[in-house]
Design a protein around this ligand. Structure first.
Ligand code: HEM
Length: 235
């Protein structure tokens, strides 16, 4: 009787990419760039707050109508929400797994400032990532679901924003998170370029300048909003 031998199922391409270290780094690079694109658009949109309540609330209402009538009301917004949520989760999980792998690969556990301790950039990225994760949870509860917002009126995005930033400690938290965001983008953009093979000795100076410029632009562009509220320019 012939023995029925079942051939081992070949691993899927997606599975192999996800399991490899370089694959996880590529996932981090691509999801990071997706979030970066969102942040540039979000920062520019936020600056409309300096044009007053009417313009800002009109802008917030317009976001919900993008793609109409081809798309139903808010469908584009939901598509963006799902894409961003997937990007955040994949980015976070890949970062966590890569850092576990990095630790496991060390032959001896070092303490203090030993040779095997994670570099300054790695530690900044880890802590920056955790702060940003907590910030995003607070930010959505504050300005999207309005759960922790003192004004909490749907459709009155401008008034909700001013009510939130009027509390100095909330503005201070936002500003601290934006500084963490700047550091995260500065190193993250540079790492993503290296992972995706864009870097070269000739291009590295330009890439570093681009990473610094983007980080500074986003940090300042976001921070001016709470500063505007605290100084009474936006009220
Ligand atoms: C001072 C800086 C910021 C201000 C003033 C601000 C303002 C806002 C406002 C007003 C909304 C509600 C929009 C609406 O419902 O129409 C919002 C939503 C959101 N913001 Fe920000 N934002 C800031 C920074 C950030 C940063 C740094 C991130 C990401 C790291 C971020 C991610 C989001 C997300 C994911 C939403 C939810 C979008 C949605 O699902 O409707 N924001 N933000």
């Amino acid at each position: 009787m012939a023995l029925a031998t079942r051939a081992a199922k070949p691993p899927s391409l997606i599975g192999s990419v996800w399991r490899s270290t370089v694959g996880k780094k590529a996932v981090m690079a691509v999801t990071g760039l997706i979030m970066l694109a969102y942040l540039v658009a979000h920062m520019l949109g936020n600056l409309k707050v300096f044009f007053g309540a009417g313009e800002f609330n009109h802008y917030a209402a317009w976001i919900r109508t993008i793609g109409e009538p081809f798309l139903h009301h808010e469908w584009f917004l939901w598509l963006a929400r799902v894409t961003l949520s997937a990007a955040v989760v994949l980015h976070g999980v890949a970062a966590y797994q890569l850092s576990r792998r990095d630790l496991a690969a060390r032959p001896v556990k070092y303490r203090g400032r030993g040779r095997g301790r994670a570099s300054y950039a790695t530690r900044t990225m880890r802590w920056g990532g955790v702060i940003l994760g907590l910030f995003i949870v607070w930010h959505i509860l504050d300005l999207t679901t309005l759960t922790v917002n003192p004004n909490a009126q749907e459709g009155r995005t401008y008034e909700n924003l001013v009510a939130s930033f009027d509390r100095w400690y909330v503005s201070a938290f936002y500003i601290a998170a934006m500084l963490a965001l700047g550091l995260h983008i500065r190193h993250g953009f540079w790492s993503a370029a290296q992972t995706l093979g864009v870097g070269s000795p000739r291009r590295d100076r330009l890439l570093k300048a681009l990473a610094n410029g983007l980080a500074a632009l986003l940090t300042c562009g976001f921070i001016v909003v709470p500063v505007g509220v605290l100084t009474g320019v936006v009220s």
